[in-house]
Design a binder for this molecule. Structure first.
Ligand SMILES: Cc1ncc(COP(=O)(O)O)c(C=O)c1O
Length: 393
């Protein structure tokens, strides 16, 4: 990355031609440029709290913040140390080829080639870009219901068709129904572990989808929560198949949501396509503090395992508390769980917990009586259990 290679120009000629050939109207180009062309954070497309224009976020005032699937604590110690050391070198775009150092750390952990990895400031932006790159008025998106809505919202915003397919009885993605819902989609979005259920879709099911979808359709596997599950990951699929994209974020187990780091693993041709809306700006010019923090954190395997165990213990004590009171809690493999309030609306329960200074998560339209709760620290989960007994009694 050099100063010369940084461009804030809106969509280049190649990106414009691509959009027009894929069925977009000329009038669509300006709004796509407005989101992607000047490096604006596309995350706002899927974040009602940020997109609601001046409405304050209630969470920061709560004593216990278990609503937004963040980590209860900050970055791992080696990451904090590396970021602190980097601040004094923040005058340089790239003090030590830090982007390459980051990619090498990903290679070491994931066993993927250098040219298949691109760092990104979080995974929301590349997720939106993947939808813009592979969906269009003639190529739809297939997603699950409920799941993380960003891909669906971006596709709807583009004017692409969106099919949201209910999860199976085990709360996994119903890959056969997803393919049947649109046998020629531009993109199939799989979130595993799924947000909001925390459930894992077996790799065998994802492999089935890849083998059975038509050539040219993409499969995007969003593994934002995978470090909390500690299960085999999908990165090998992005190396084996040119039509698979795997996304990761440091916003969850790594405690870096505000530091904005993530990465994409896919065939280099896909990376080039996803970058052409901003000349590579989003992936190329990352805060060096965040890069250093992520590089040092990713390879800290014992600390990752310890944090996962800490979350599992806090989750276990909470679920035991709820089960002892006969509450229906869905099975989960991540730092979140779903509570079915049965006769009560989730938004009313959220308001009731807020009065106890506990900010729990939201619900999804398909399940209006079900709330998502993020697993915080043990102390936070004990406070949640105390509030639960007050609210539900
Ligand atoms: C499944 C999933 N993917 C992606 C993201 C985007 O996170 P970020 O942009 O912070 O990486 C989130 C955020 O909550 C998420 O839940």
């Amino acid at each position: 990355m050099t100063e010369d290679s940084i461009t804030t120009a809106p969509l280049g000629a190649e990106a414009q031609d691509d959009l027009l050939t894929r069925g977009f109207a000329r009038r669509d180009l300006a709004r796509i440029a407005a989101v992607f062309g000047v490096g604006a954070l596309a995350a706002s497309v899927g974040r009602p709290a940020f997109a609601s224009g001046g409405v304050p976020d209630p969470a920061p005032t709560a004593k216990v913040r278990i609503g937004a699937n963040e980590c209860w604590t900050g970055p791992l110690a080696p990451g904090q140390k590396a970021a602190a050391a980097m601040i004094g070198m923040g005058n340089r775009y790239s003090p030590h080829d830090d982007r390459s150092d980051f990619i090498k750390a990903v290679m070491a952990v994931e066993a993927v080639p250098f040219d298949h990895v691109a760092p990104w400031p979080g995974s929301s932006d590349p997720l939106c870009r993947a939808v813009v790159t592979y969906c269009s008025p003639t190529k739809g998106l297939v997603t699950a219901d409920p799941t993380f809505e960003l891909a669906g919202r971006t596709a709807a915003w583009l004017g692409a068709s969106v099919k949201a397919v209910p999860l199976t009885a085990e709360y996994t993605h119903d890959v056969k129904a997803m393919l049947a819902a649109n046998p020629d989609a531009g993109l199939y979005y799989i979130c595993t572990p799924n947000n909001p259920t925390g459930t894992i879709t077996p790799l065998a099911d994802i492999e089935w989808l890849i083998a059975n979808k038509p050539a040219g359709s993409m499969v995007l596997i969003d593994e934002a929560y995978t470090h909390f599950a500690g299960v085999p990951v999908a990165s090998y699929l992005a190396v084996k198949h040119p039509d698979v994209i795997v996304m990761r974020t440091f916003s969850k187990l790594f405690g870096m949501a505000g530091l904005r780091m993530g990465y994409v693993i896919t065939n280099p041709a896909n990376l080039t396509k996803m970058m052409r809306y901003d000349g590579g700006m989003q992936s190329g010019a990352l805060p060096v503090t965040s890069l250093a923090c992520a590089t040092a954190s990713l390879t800290a395997a014992p600390l990752i395992a310890a944090r996962r165990a800490e979350m599992q213990s806090a989750r276990g004590l909470t679920l035991d508390h709820l089960k002892a009171r006969g509450v229906t809690v869905f099975p989960t493999n991540a730092n979140m769980f779903m509570i079915d309030w049965k006769t009560k609306q989730a938004k009313d329960m959220q308001a009731a917990f807020r009065k106890q200074s506990v900010e729990i998560g939201r619900s999804w339209p398909i399940w209006p009586t079900v709330s998502r709760v993020t697993v915080g620290s043990s102390a936070e989960m004990k406070a949640f259990c105390t509030a639960f007994d007050k609210v539900v009694a």
